[in-house]
Design a protein around this ligand. Structure first.
Ligand code: GLY
Ligand code: MN
Ligand code: MN
Length: 355
């Protein structure tokens, strides 16, 4: 089905072949992410996965499932691509104009002597609609992340440093089956939580702190993404009120999600809740983003977005407020958009936890 969609793309652009160098696009068709390689899909339907000797065996194992034809290069990737093009009378190639380097573009143009047509975001639009199999892998990634987070909570207490807990969490993710991390784990405490993407440091957690965890596992190339904010020891009335305001905003965003909804409107649904308490100005990023083979992909739910949700989109919903020198709160789930709403992949309870 993925190959058929790409063949439609080749047809729509009136090209003879599709050349993929981008790791995530390659993964989409060949089932894994070599650090270097090429996928060349011909309009005849034959799909070559061109690799060097480091990846031949792995590529062949995946090809048993995907049906791709694995070719090991004998010199340079561009030479092999050029030979295949000549042997198959390929004259025009659709290529990843949004992600290819200028150097690679020139290299493949010169090597193949073909006409090149940019695919713009067409392959991303195809990837935006997840198959059931892809969603299953994202559910699995999320399960690993949630299990690790639940185990970590037993160790979160006053006296521990952010870095200490971050490194233990990363160990738990590996122990529980994560192939890697979606991104460097964000684990912040106290006033540091007002930094939306702060880096864990040597600060020691104190009673009365918020601790913010933003984390994700990867499973077979697919990412999870979740944020939870908990209090340690105690929480003031203000902390509780603000926490539940952010949660109300998140639920409003999730309730507004459905196929056909504008991303900007879903953003506003959440923002308007924060504005009920004049807190909108402290929400300083998009409400969500596509998630899949990349941690941020496809579309963004920001006030200026012209994107519209479609069934099969997988998106984060992550409102937050960040009050400098005081505290920050973010709550993030990942949801699958359906015709009449959405299905939340994340399952961890969102009532305020006071450890
Ligand atoms: N930490 C990445 C994100 O939530 O978007
Ligand atoms: Mn996140
Ligand atoms: Mn996110």
């Amino acid at each position: 089905m993925k190959t058929e969609k790409c063949l439609e793309l080749i047809g729509a652009l009136h090209c003879d072949a599709l050349l993929l160098l981008n790791e995530s696009n390659m993964h989409y068709l060949c089932g894994f992410s070599p650090s270097e390689g090429v996928v060349l899909l011909l309009k005849s339907g034959v799909c070559y996965h061109i690799v060097d000797s480091r990846y031949t065996e792995t590529a062949q194992k995946h090809a048993e499932k995907t049906g791709l034809t694995v070719i090991e290069i004998h010199a340079k990737f561009a030479d092999t691509v050029s030979e295949i093009c000549k042997a198959n009378q390929i004259k025009s190639i659709a290529f990843e104009n949004e992600t290819i380097s200028l150097k690679s573009y020139k290299l493949y143009m010169q090597a193949t002597q073909c006409a090149f047509t940019g695919i713009d975001n067409r392959l991303m639009q195809i990837r935006n609609i997840k198959t059931d199999a892809e969603i299953e892998m994202m559910v699995k990634a999320n399960e690993i992340a949630e299990k690790s987070f639940t185990e970590l909570l037993n160790h979160v207490k006053a006296g521990k440093t952010e870095k200490e807990l971050q490194s233990y969490f990363d160990y738990l993710m590996a122990k529980n089956g994560s192939d890697g991390l979606s991104f460097s784990t964000i684990l912040l405490s106290g006033a540091n939580t007002s930094l939306p993407h702060g880096v864990p440091g040597d600060r020691t957690i104190q009673n009365g702190d918020f601790v913010l965890f933003d984390f994700g596992a990867t499973y077979k190339g697919y990412h999870s993404d979740m944020t939870r904010t908990v209090a340690v020891g105690s929480a003031t009335d203000e902390m509780k009120e603000m926490y539940y305001l952010v949660l109300k905003a998140q639920l409003a965003g999730i309730n507004a999600l459905k196929s056909g909804a504008k991303c900007a409107d879903v953003y506003r649904a959440a923002y308007n809740v924060l504005e009920e308490r004049n807190m909108g100005r402290y929400f300083r990023h998009a409400l969500g983003h596509g998630v899949g083979l990349d941690i941020h992909e496809g579309f963004s739910s920001s006030p200026n977005s012209s994107d519209i949700y479609e069934a099969g989109n997988v998106t984060s919903v992550e409102p937050g407020i960040y009050i400098p020198d005081k505290f920050g709160i973010r709550i993030e789930d990942v949801c699958v958009v359906t015709d009449d709403g959405c299905k939340n992949i994340s399952t961890i309870d969102k009532n305020l936890i006071i450890l």
